[in-house]
Design a protein around this ligand. Structure first.
Ligand code: BTN
Length: 326
């Protein structure tokens, strides 16, 4: 794409002005064509200064999702090898599933700047305004279906690690894979299986992170927060996406080596509510007990009045200092 070639050329000359003439010769197009593409890039959020004498200089890349910026930030070998980025999608998970059925590759990433009907766990809607990171990864890992279910645990660890590495922020994991800060949800993961139970499995890992928008843009009923509320400034979504994919790739490789105990420990290190009194909601049923940890399969272990029990599904409520469950 001509726009990307112009960016590549400008990026090869950091902090320097490159004349329109030089770019047009290099890329074998007219200066008018260059000028037109520079205007489009500016609309996309690139800060490019144009001086009539000296030419163009790339000053800043956008914080909004952008394929060129994201590709430059990526340090992975398989995740993100193919990227589908749309301004708006109903749901990146739905698109990723369509692509998977058409035979997409392991590591294909689907992103949207806005989702019009984002989906959460337990058939809930997922508010996905502009400024969030709405991303799905198609994985065809070398794992049995039972072990593939651990990928959502791996994804939560990857997101926590990326947020810590990039912003020195310590986020907790609320079983099974809600990411919380001070009891408020900042991100969630939706893992879905594509295909028949007995064939080679493709997994869609959908990750939703509330990033560059204020809390008011989410339903008031949600116990949620955003990275912007926590940090007080906006961040580069491309850097964040690349950071998460880097940590996720590491986690997937480690799972493929069957390092389940390591994942369990990593997950537990970041868990909120360990050793505390919690409630599990399973439909109408409410079970109370002490949260002892997770099993190697990711099931939650609860010390109840009737002894130790494990749960592979349900919703956890933690107990606040005031004694309320949330
Ligand atoms: C949850 O309920 O906690 C899971 C939320 C998962 C949301 C993400 S956003 C990207 C992907 N596309 C969707 O429609 N859902 C997931």
């Amino acid at each position: 794409m001509l726009r990307h070639q112009i960016l590549d050329f400008l990026a090869q000359h950091p902090e320097k002005y490159v004349s329109g003439e030089r770019i047009s010769q290099q890329l074998n197009v007219t200066r008018a064509a260059i000028w037109k593409q520079i205007q489009v890039l500016k609309e996309e959020g690139f800060e490019i200064e144009g001086q009539s004498k000296n030419g163009y200089c790339l000053l800043k890349t956008p914080f909004a999702l952008n394929e060129w910026v994201l590709k430059r930030a990526l340090s992975t070998s398989s995740l993100g090898s193919k990227i589908t980025l749309e301004d708006e999608l109903k749901s990146t998970n739905v698109r990723a599933k369509e692509l998977a059925r058409q035979g997409s590759v392991h590591g294909q990433v689907v992103l949207a700047r806005l989702q019009s009907s984002g989906r959460g766990r337990l058939q809930r809607p997922w508010d996905s305004p502009r400024g969030g990171l709405w991303m799905s990864v198609v994985l065809c890992p070398n794992l049995s279906l039972a072990d593939a279910s651990k990928l959502t645990l791996a994804a939560s660890v990857a997101i926590v690690d990326a947020l810590e590495e990039l912003f020195s922020l310590r986020i907790g994991i609320k079983w099974p894979n809600d990411l919380v800060f001070n009891g408020l949800k900042i991100a969630g993961i939706l893992g879905e299986v594509v295909g028949e139970w007995n064939t080679v499995q493709t997994i869609i890992l959908g990750m939703g992170i509330n990033v560059n928008f204020s809390r008011e843009q989410l339903s008031p009923l949600l116990n949620a927060t955003t990275l912007f509320e926590i940090l007080g400034y906006e961040v580069d979504l491309n850097i964040l996406a690349a950071g998460i994919l880097k940590h996720l790739e590491k986690q997937v490789l480690s799972l493929e080596k069957r390092a389940f105990e390591e994942l369990r420990e990593n997950w537990s290190d970041r868990a909120t509510g360990l050793g505390e009194e919690v409630r599990i909601l399973r439909g109408e049923q409410v079970i109370q007990g002490i949260f002892k940890g997770i099993t190697i399969d990711g099931a939650l272990l609860l010390e109840t009045n009737d002894g130790e029990k494990s749960f592979s599904a349900g919703e956890v409520q933690l107990r606040s200092k005031a004694g309320k469950y949330f």
